[in-house]
Design a binder for this molecule. Structure first.
Ligand code: XMP
Length: 512
């Protein structure tokens, strides 16, 4: 398989670059700029992309790389900081631009280049820089400029080294995708061998070989990743696979039954459902502190899961639904000294007394959208493949204050109405996440001639690219009206529905 290396210098779009390469059916992996050159040589890359970064190349504490990477004979494309770094490494001049550029800018292609094949002479690109190349290195031609950036794209076509100051990976760059396609196909000679059908065939063959006649255990949460991992493993080894599904009773309405039905009817495997709503309710009784609730759900989930694994006398391999972004630093480059480690929520710590022959992570190289594509090809229902993000602690963070069985019913029923209405009118596809929340508050209402004093439901719906920030969704009033009517009519115990109009920040998406 052909591979592209995305060498991470700490920019915010690094994962996006790798995804865009994969959108072009070429496998890409991200490595930090601290990776030794020998490892890079060994991996046999067809091309290397230097990412952007928040730094300035003259600052020697910024990420740099050995010049010899440009002599490996592997085509290189530098983007933004990566572009300046190439110029600096090759003896060009990088300086602070008199006018920094930010946003959409007109690019003029001024000489021919395979990088700009099928791209018009004038187009719009996305810029975000304060430094720029003021003098291209010897041996480099300037291939494009903008009003304020004389060397917006440069090339040394003999050595197959290309550098662009703008960001082709963001959709605001009109022909960015074509430019990446050109780099991959015209310059690196890629043929597009990264396709989900072949991924499934190759992975299934590899899993069969690795697992042989042994058994595999997988913790199934009903989320996208573990469901797709289960589908792949089932296809590879059928009933040598046991999926353990801990139903803590804090999932959405009927979700536990749906997960069970899906996996028992569509896939060959042993499915073990551990029904432990009562256990969780008793552990959560009287607890109101949000962090304490989260801690209890997390700890008990772990305890119940491993107890069950021990009961099953599980041997062989332990499988997890780890996906690619779980393995790399989110956003910031690994090793840039500014990274915030993402919680590896798909990785489950293993108690000492449990022994397996090894860990299997069949999705470890895939991005989320690729996991979904694999799930669809495996025939996993759309409801699971396109499931919205759902927090590990489940509804416990959407029921404020103490959790009781009755409160779980209220929030589940209200949430089911909201989902039903959103699906019916098709508005769900405009939203990143939407759900119902039960605050620890009652209010006075009137029904017929009677005064009521009942619970309130809060509706929460957001749009976001990455969940670090989020905007509250402008759902049309008539849809909200239908949802409100139905909840107050159909969910016994609710007499008021309110809509949350707060963005993140200052609020968070969830309530606890
Ligand atoms: P917040 O509330 O932090 O949520 O703005 C951002 C996104 O993360 C999800 N979320 C969680 N996911 N375990 C998870 O797997 C958790 O503990 C958790 N808490 C929040 C939340 O649903 C939203 O999509």
């Amino acid at each position: 398989m052909q591979k592209i290396l995305v060498l991470d210098f700490g920019g915010q779009y690094n994962q996006l670059i790798a995804r865009r390469v994969r959108d072009n059916k070429v496998y890409a992996e991200i490595l930090p700029y601290t990776t030794p050159i020998d490892e890079i040589k060994k991996n046999g890359y067809s091309g290397i992309i230097f990412t952007g970064g928040p730094n300035s190349v003259f600052d020697m504490s910024s990420p740099h790389y050995s010049r010899s990477i440009l002599d490996l004979g592997i085509p290189v494309l530098g983007i933004c900081y990566g572009c300046q770094l190439i110029a600096w490494m090759q003896g060009g001049t990088v300086s602070t631009a008199p006018v920094s550029e930010y946003g959409m800018v007109k690019l003029n292609v001024i000489s021919s280049s395979p990088l700009f094949k099928n791209i018009p002479e004038a187009s719009t690109v996305w810029m975000s820089h304060t430094d720029y190349i003021s003098k291209a290195p010897d041996g480099f031609d300037i291939i494009a400029n903008t009003e304020n950036c004389p060397c917006a794209a440069v090339q040394d076509s003999n050595k197959n080294i290309y550098a662009v100051q703008f960001h082709p990976e963001v959709t605001h760059s009109e022909y960015g995708s074509q430019l990446l396609h050109n780099f991959l196909y015209e310059i690196c000679g890629c043929t597009g061998d990264w396709q989900m059908d072949s991924f499934i065939d190759d992975t299934v063959a590899q899993l069969k070989k690795q697992i042989g006649g042994k058994k595999v255990v997988l913790g199934l949460s009903g989320g996208v990743d573990s469901s797709v991992a289960a589908g792949l493993l089932s296809r590879a080894v059928g009933n040598q696979l046991t999926c353990v599904f801990v139903d803590h009773g804090l999932m959405r309405k009927d979700e536990g039954d749906f997960v069970e039905k899906t996996f028992t009817s569509l896939f060959d495997m042993n499915f073990v459902r551990v029904n432990c709503q009562g256990h969780f309710l008793s552990k959560l009784k009287g607890v109101t502190d949000p962090e304490e609730k989260r801690r209890i759900v997390g700890t008990e989930f772990y305890n119940v899961f491993w107890e069950q694994i021990k009961k099953e006398n599980a041997t062989g391999f332990f499988a997890q639904g780890t996906i690619y972004p779980d393995r790399i630093e989110s956003g910031k480059g690994e090793g840039t000294g500014q990274s915030v480690i993402k919680t590896h929520h798909n990785k489950v710590a293993m108690p000492d007394e449990v022994k397996f022959d090894g860990i299997i992570e069949p999705l470890k190289d895939l991005f989320k959208d690729e996991v979904r594509a694999v799930g669809e090809k495996l025939g996993i229902p759309k409801e699971l493949v396109w499931r919205q993000p759902f927090p590990g602690p489940g509804l416990s963070v959407r029921i404020l204050g103490e959790i009781t069985a009755e409160k779980i019913r209220l929030v589940q029923d209200a949430d089911a109405v909201l989902r039903d209405e959103m699906d019916k009118c098709g508005y769900a596809e405009n939203l990143s996440q939407f759900f119902a929340v039960l605050p620890d508050a009652k209010s006075v209402g009137v029904m017929g001639d009677h005064r009521t004093y009942e619970d309130i439901i809060i509706l929460r719906a957001v749009t976001t690219d990455n969940f670090m920030t989020a905007d509250w969704a402008r759902i049309p009033y008539d849809i909200l009206a239908r949802v409100s009517n139905r909840i107050t009519n159909e969910v016994r115990g609710i007499n008021r529905v309110v809509y949350d109009i707060t963005s993140k920040p200052p609020a968070t998406v969830e309530y606890e």
